[in-house]
Design a protein around this ligand. Structure first.
Ligand code: EPZ
Length: 417
């Protein structure tokens, strides 16, 4: 099994370019089948999740071809097939095929094992939305048959502003009869990106990016070409790294407004950021002060950057406090961070107190999940000595060429088998 080996303490200079957003691309790809035509998606990250989705498309008879950072999808000859556990269990976002196939065929039969290491991650709100549109749902041991004679628009209130439920309901509603209103909708930039793509295919969606989204059903959609928005979580991960080790390090190809909750927190700690039109440049300063962070839905501080921020907080003078309000088990990277020398107390798997400034020492550690793995890479970059990270598949799922990008700016990092 491959591992990442990193020797810490090196200043990083130059430029890191951000890819397209994983959490948008994994929704755009299932959405593309709604038009039964040719679609070209550009600025698609070259990560394993995209490969897993391509396999599902192929099993549905969709003609797929991938470029380095693009994917062309022709669903004109596709057919509705059962999506097996073997295919759907490779990534959680396979559940977007529920909304897409229900919206297109009014019938979907797919396995969705659900669950995830960072939390129970139910899909009750997705299913509530489908039922409000007129679908019936049979679930047997993780296999879902969702069907409707016809889909009729309705008003749907989301108990929590779920990203996945908001997107999945949009996918099911675009070809329904009449108007659907999603209240308490998620407002993440990825929602706006998916709504923009659907409208480029001929859908009629208003209000994406606000708590109230209106979808007026249309009879059919047509092909389109769409460029995926930049990945704000990848961008934020590299801005955190730049804050720790950057010497004139520029993170480019990002949307500064999408990571304002992070940059404002870093500035509160004393980081000096130059924020341009589509980049952030950092020249690290000697010392930072402790800050408090609470993860909330967009535009607040994103849960996906909570784990990558922990190593930064170990280098801040004082006690920083982190409250994780979105997931019930998103501190799995902390034991290995403590193994490297950090002083962190966790209460109720919800509150973490990080005592800094604490030197970290290179160790053998494990990537417990995607963002936890990114957090361990950051620990390795600042630690004294060599850190070896196993289970790197988690990391490579969400960060295209993270080793190459860091090596290009001066990190002593490599993948070893
Ligand atoms: C998306 O997951 C992202 N994944 C996650 O990123 C991200 O952490 C999350 O949004 C929050 O921003 C993708 O986009 C592929 P949610 P999603 O539905 O849609 C509860 C990463 O690291 N909930 O907004 O699954 C749920 O339990 C990943 O890239 C219900 O109760 O997130 C959680 O507590 C990790 N019922 C909260 O809502 C539901 O039906 C947020 O979940 C759905 C969700």
């Amino acid at each position: 099994m491959s591992r990442i080996r990193v020797k810490g303490g090196y200043e990083l200079s130059g430029e890191i370019r951000v890819e397209g957003a994983k959490n948008s691309a994994v929704a755009l790809i299932p959405a593309a089948v709604l038009c039964g035509d040719k679609v070209l998606l550009e600025n698609v990250p070259n990560i394993s999740d995209i490969g897993a989705l391509s396999e599902i498309l192929a099993c549905l008879g969709v003609d797929v071809s991938r470029g380095e950072n693009s994917i062309s999808i022709d669903s004109s000859k596709m057919s509705n097939k059962i999506i097996t556990c073997e295919l759907s269990s490779k990534l959680r976002a396979s559940y977007y095929f529920m909304g897409a196939l229900l919206g297109k065929y009014k019938y979907v039969n797919m396995c969705f094992p659900g669950g995830c290491s960072i939390g129970e991650r139910p899909i009750n709100l997705h299913l509530k939305g489908f039922e409000k549109l007129g679908a019936t749902i049979e679930e047997n041991d993780g296999n879902f048959i969702i069907k409707a004679d016809k889909l009729i628009g309705d008003d749907i209130f989301l108990d929590v502003p779920s990203v996945g439920a908001t997107i999945n309901i949009m996918l099911a509603a675009v070809l329904a009869k009449g108007k659907t209103v999603i209240d308490n909708a998620a407002m993440e930039p990825e929602i706006v990106d998916v709504a923009s793509f659907l409208n480029e295919m001929g859908a009629d969606i208003k209000g994406a990016g606000t708590p109230k989204i209106e979808i007026v059903g249309v009879d059919e959609l047509h092909g389109a070409t769409h460029s995926v928005i930049p990945d704000r979580i990848e961008a934020g991960t590299y801005v955190i790294i730049a804050s720790l080790l950057g010497h004139e390090l520029k993170v480019s190809g990002l949307v500064p407004g999408h990571i304002e909750s992070l940059t404002s927190k870093l500035e509160e700690a004393g980081v000096k950021l130059e924020i341009g039109k589509n980049y952030v440049r950092v020249d690290k300063v000697g010392s930072y002060k402790a800050i408090d962070v609470k993860t909330v839905v967009y535009p607040g501080f994103p849960t996906d950057l909570q784990q990558p921020l922990i190593p930064f907080l170990t280098q801040c003078h004082g006690v920083s406090h982190v409250e994780e309000t979105i997931y019930e088990n998103r501190f799995m990277n902390i034991p290995d961070t403590v193994k490297m020398g950090a002083k962190i107390d966790v209460v109720d798997n919800t509150y973490a107190s990080i005592h800094g400034k604490t030197a970290l020492v290179g160790s053998d550690v494990v990537a417990t999940d995607l963002r936890g793995g990114a957090s361990m890479v950051i620990c390795g970059l600042i630690a004294d000595g060599v850190t070896t990270i196993s289970n790197v598949g988690h990391i490579l799922r969400g960060y295209q060429d993270i080793v190459g990008k860091l090596k290009n700016v001066g990190a002593k990092i490599e993948i070893v088998d």
